[in-house]
Structures are given as C-alpha cells and as structure tokens.
Write a protein that binds this ligand. Structure first.
Ligand code: XBP
Ligand code: MG
Length: 253
C-alpha cells in the first residue's frame, strides 16, 4: 500500500458554498444584462445542477425548462457570450469576499502545506472562478499553493466523467491509490470514483440527498477542533474533524 501523497479538492460546494449565492446570482445577472427574462430560482437551480458546466447548464435549461425560447445555429455562440458575462459577474462578486470557505477548509489546507502534502484541484468550473475564490476567500497568492489546477474546458467531458481527475493525476504523476479526493455531489463522486480515487464527501443543501454509497466518509462539513463534524456514513476512526492523521487512516483502510 503506497502512502498518501496528495489531496485533490473539488471547488464548488466543497471548498465553498458557491452555487446558490454565487454562480446562480451571476447567471441571473448575465441574463438580465443581455435583456433576457430568464431567472433561475433557488429551486430551479437545484434541478439545473444535474448538469455540470455553465455553458452545458444553459443548453440544458433551454432544452428542458424553456422550450419556447427559439433556438438556431447561433444559440451556441449566444451561450458562449452569456457564459463569458456570467464569469465576469461571478469573479466580481467573489472579489467582494461575498462567499467564504466552508468550515475546516482553510485549516486542512494549511495542515497539508505544513506537512508537505501535495494539493491539487479538480473542478468543472472556469479557471478564473477558481482563482477568484482562492485569492479572495483563502489567501492572496494561494492559487500557487496548488500544484495542479484541473478546471473547466481542459477536458471535453466534464464531471461525472472521470477525465478531469485522470488529467489531474497525470499532471501530478501519481496513481489514484496515492491520493484522496474531496467532493460534495453525485456528479463529483461519480467522477472521482471513476478515476479510482477514495473520496471524502462534505454534503451541502443541494446535495444532501445524493447517493454517496461509494464514499469512504460522508460528513456534514470538514469540522474544526472546537466544532465537530457530523458523520453521515463511513468510518471516522473516532475523530471529530478532518485532519491529516485521519486522512492517513482513511487512505490506509
Ligand atoms: C461546479 C459546476 C460548475 C459551476 C459553474 O463544478 O458544476 O458548472 O456551477 O461553473 P465543481 P462555470 O463542483 O466540479 O467545481 O459556469 O464556470 O462552468
Ligand atoms: Mg462540487
């Protein structure tokens, strides 16, 4: 059994609750700015999250929820422009510090760095969104802490396909058995398990009813020494917050 060498983090929903009050708001701002009357409610956005990727999500919306909207060969270009505008609104919103990291994230990343544990990112979101979150919610310059940032259109098949994790593993020059993945959603865990990675889940409001039966551990949050996680399934090895010692035990189990 190889030793644990790297932690690979999903971004949206895992590092921060960015979907409901971040991405959703930015999509709606882009729609309004373009003169469209589209508005994604909190509830509808939950349904739209079944498709990963902002451009793919808009195409799905037109296909399933707004079938009266006329589409033609120019629609992909319209979606591309809307998406560029959405990214601007999203990064602007994050630059105000509007979205904090989830509990335990900063502490765990600091512990990893202090112990020379390699860290990477594997996400469906646009690279600029990752930078905006890390620079404003984690620490200025923290983007450089991550050895690999696998993001957005770098692979054509987004999560739930395993491609983005396989791409990250290749860049790290590691095997899946050397790493752990951190996810929050069904599409995320399908992707990480598809790449053969042991996966730890922290749920959120949109994903709490997802099927995480393949996860090593399912938690409500990463937890802090003075604010324990709640274990929803899996072996927490008697611990109450995610720390490197616990991660080594999960990896070795
Ligand atoms: C999250 C996503 C993304 C974002 C939108 O993926 O599904 O689509 O909602 O991002 P992950 P873009 O949890 O893997 O980070 O609009 O930039 O595509
Ligand atoms: Mg996610």
């Amino acid at each position: 059994m190889s030793s644990l060498q790297a932690l690979i983090f999903d971004v949206d929903g895992t590092l921060a609750d960015t979907e409901r009050d971040g991405h959703r708001i930015a999509f709606n701002q882009a729609f309004k700015q373009a003169g469209l009357d589209w508005n994604w409610s909190i509830e509808m956005y939950g349904q739209l999250l079944s498709v990963t990727g902002g451009k793919e999500r808009m195409a799905y919306y037109l296909d399933k929820f707004n079938t009266d909207f006329p589409t033609d060969s120019s629609t992909p270009q319209m979606i591309k422009e809307l998406h560029a505008s959405k990214t601007e609104h999203y990064t602007e919103l994050l630059s105000t510090g509007a979205i904090p990291l989830r509990p335990g994230v900063k502490r765990l990343i600091s512990e990893a760095r202090d112990n020379d544990m390699r860290i990477a990112i594997s996400t469906t979101t646009t690279p600029a969104n990752v930078t905006a979150l890390l620079e404003h919610a984690l620490e200025k310059g923290s983007t450089d802490w991550f050895e690999v940032i696998a993001a957005g259109d770098i692979v054509p098949a987004k999560k739930p396909a395993a491609d983005i994790y396989n791409w990250a593993l290749k860049q790290l020059n590691l095997e899946a058995s050397d790493c752990l993945a951190f996810e929050d959603s069904l599409n995320g865990i399908k992707s990480s398990l598809g790449a053969q990675l042991k996966t730890i889940i922290t749920i959120n409001d949109y994903t709490k009813d997802d099927d995480f039966s393949g996860a090593s551990l399912v938690l409500d949050q990463m937890g802090e020494p003075d604010s324990p996680f709640t274990t929803l399934s899996g072996d927490n090895h008697g611990d109450s917050y995610l720390n490197l010692d616990l991660l080594h035990k999960i990896h070795a189990a």
